[in-house]
Design a binder for this molecule. Structure first.
Ligand SMILES: Nc1ncnc2c1ncn2[C@@H]1O[C@H](COP(=O)(O)OP(=O)(O)OP(=O)(O)O)[C@@H](O)[C@H]1O
Ligand SMILES: [Mg+2]
Length: 401
């Protein structure tokens, strides 16, 4: 029978108890306070693996910012790459809000002009502004950095004069084009120099670190870069216990230890496993045997959902590459070991590597090493018949040589 549970496995679903992020929340609350006092602040980028809790943290911070009367907009970049159209739409909402107040109405014309130029030049599908051909030429710009900087500085000036600080929350920031990221950094930098209250809080996969550091030397000063990871034992315990407590249910210490062990403290896995355990358990407190009984269902739920959606985005060649990574035995692995397992040269597989990084399935760790962006993805691959068959074929080929 379906039983309501206090756990919330799912992309961006706010948990009933947000574990282990108190320090980040505290620090950023202080930054918001500075922003509302008109003090220019550093922007922030969170990075972490799939399901570690980036989106829910962003949402929580947005809630706090809104309580501080900061103008907030949430943007999710998709692999279809829609940064310009989204930032333009959000800027427009800001300007509409400002112009609703009679005494500020005259402050929107400058940023609106800048926005027009940005949209007309870099968002060809947009139909927001209809202009004559002659006017169109007037607004056309060939330089994204310049256009975006114009939008940010004029918006910043309006934000300053109207006492309405702005914070854009940009999720899946790794899907931005490198060129767009560069322009965004430059625009933000200029706005900061002028002392205008605009900041960004971004979140993305670990490859974002390299994207940022490849960009501009000052991006390190502009952004506070923060990795978020799995929960510690103590934090996991709270993530497991607190939601259940509200339902009058508790866990034995050994049940908690088992859940923490199986999930490695990954927030999404904790939510998923606890949901299964909570639904199946018939006694209170929940004990280790309830957890053990739930493990097969937990993994099969992940296999047909969380893992499979990622796997299905891979081409046949991508899958071979992934198999070869898993066959390395230990992760992160080197590209030369992957090539060796595929019986190919490193240069011949480098485009597959790039493709998998673009799709957000793998990411480069340190120098020349690779790992999955999805925790425990290797365990999922090992359970696949397709992988087992591939291993047999590869081993046979090697033995025949
Ligand atoms: N600090 C936390 N404490 C408890 N549960 C959490 C925490 N952070 C996230 N979760 C849970 O983990 C799941 C995944 O969270 P979220 O979607 O924010 O991850 P993500 O890092 O954005 O993943 P992705 O990279 O796939 O977008 C959700 O079910 C959420 O409820
Ligand atoms: Mg997310």
């Amino acid at each position: 029978m379906f039983k309501v549970t206090p756990y919330r496995p799912g992309a961006g679903l706010a948990p009933r108890y947000l574990a282990g992020r108190d320090e980040d929340i505290e620090n950023i609350t202080q930054i918001f306070e500075a922003l509302t006092m008109g003090i220019p602040t550093q922007s922030i980028v969170f990075s972490g693996l799939r399901g570690v809790g980036k989106t829910v943290l962003l949402n929580k911070l947005q809630q706090i910012a809104e309580e501080n009367e900061i103008f907030c907009q949430y943007i999710e970049i998709e692999d279809s790459n829609n940064f310009i159209s989204k930032i333009a739409a959000c800027s427009q909402i800001f300007l509409r809000q400002v112009s609703a107040i009679e005494k500020f109405r005259n402050l929107v014309s400058k940023p609106l002009e800048a926005l027009k130029s940005l949209v007309i030049s870099f968002d060809p599908d947009a139909s927001t502004f209809s202009l004559s051909i002659q006017d169109r030429e007037l607004y056309q710009s060939g330089n994204l950095t310049q256009s975006l900087t114009e939008v940010f500085t004029t918006m910043g000036e309006t934000a300053y004069k109207t006492n309405t600080p702005i914070c854009f929350f940009i999720d899946e920031i790794q899907y931005m084009r490198q060129k767009e990221l560069g322009s965004l950094i430059a625009a933000l930098h200029r706005t900061n120099q002028l002392g205008y209250p605009i900041m960004i809080i971004g979140a993305g996969l670990p490859k974002i670190y390299k994207m940022l550091s490849d960009e501009k030397s000052y991006s390190e000063r502009l952004f506070m870069y923060k990795e978020i990871g799995s929960l510690t034992e103590n934090q996991s315990k709270r993530a497991i216990e607190i939601p259940a407590k509200q339902f009058g249910v508790s866990y034995t210490e050994s049940a908690i230890a088992k859940i923490t062990d199986i999930t490695d403290g990954y927030p999404f896995f904790i939510q998923q496993l606890c949901q299964v355990v909570f639904q199946r358990a018939e006694k209170n407190p929940i004990d280790i045997d309830d957890v053990e009984d739930s493990i097969p269902e937990f993994f099969s739920t992940l296999d047909i959902g969380f893992f499979k959606v990622r796997y299905e985005r891979c081409s046949e060649m991508d899958k071979k590459f992934i198999f070869a990574m898993v066959k390395c035995g230990e992760l992160p692995c080197t590209i030369s070991n992957v090539a060796n397992n595929m019986n190919k040269s490193v240069s011949s597989i480098s485009t597959i590597r790039a493709q998998l990084i673009n799709k957000g399935i793998i990411y480069p760790v340190r120098y020349k090493e690779l790992d999955f962006t999805v925790p425990q993805f290797d365990g999922f691959i090992k359970r696949l018949d397709e992988y087992k068959q591939w291993c047999e074929e590869v081993d046979k080929l090697k033995a025949d040589k």
